[in-house]
Design a protein around this ligand. Sequence first.
Ligand SMILES: N[C@@H]1[C@@H](O)[C@H](O)[C@@H](COP(=O)(O)O)O[C@@H]1O
Length: 264
Amino acid sequence: MEVVIGAADELARLAADAVEERVRARAALGSRAVLGLATGSSPLAVYDELVRRHREEGLSFAGVEAFLLDEYVGLAADDPRRYRNVIDQELVSRVDLDPDDVHGPDGLAADVPAACAAYEIAIVAAGGIDVQLLGVGADGHLAFNEPGSSLASRTRLKTLTRGTRADNARFFDGDVDAVPRHCLTQGLGTIMQARHLVLLAAGRAKSEAVHQLVEGPVSAMWPATVLQHHPHVTVLLDEAAASRLQLAGYYREAYAAKPPWQGL
Ligand SMILES: N[C@@H]1[C@@H](O)[C@H](O)[C@@H](COP(=O)(O)O)O[C@@H]1O
């Protein structure tokens, strides 16, 4: 696990570098990159940077396939809070990514277990996710895998905690009761199969979750700690999110002394 502590614009550039590198490398081989997209505030600056590179530097997403981490259950197909619509607005509609190549768990499925199983199969059929962008909840949730989630879980229905619903009420005019109770989410086991995980966290409210995920014991009580078992994780933090790290000095030194050939 590599921890980088820096300014917001630098972190967004690094995450965009990881995405761009994969997209260009796959295109050069004549194959398609598979991206894992996250919603929430954390990746927004990354999407802005990718859009800028698309417009100014010719970065093309044509042929790229993308999968969302999670989705609310029960929001109407045209509801702007539906994550599939959020990602259209934040990224897909601003670049040349074909909307038909962007997939999310179906929060309106009549047969939820079948829809979740189909989602898992679709990810595998695409060849697996090359780069997965991630945020983390203040309680350590990853995607919508709340505390207590199996570390081996697959895409399934979950019940949101009151805390997560309160955090996300800002997207529902501050009305916690308007936030759906249920969601479909990639499981922790699903997320762990992506080849490179790039997690962004900002602000003091995330500092305990960040401390646990980087330095705490692996536990379902802090679902993001499962990332300690992944061979290729990049954790991009602002100063406030990094403020409870015990080994922050070491992470800074390691990053500053990193051989240029190493990449992210
Ligand atoms: N389902 C999402 C997660 O995928 C996201 O990572 C997390 C943090 O969100 P934010 O980036 O807005 O802090 O909260 C939401 O509940």
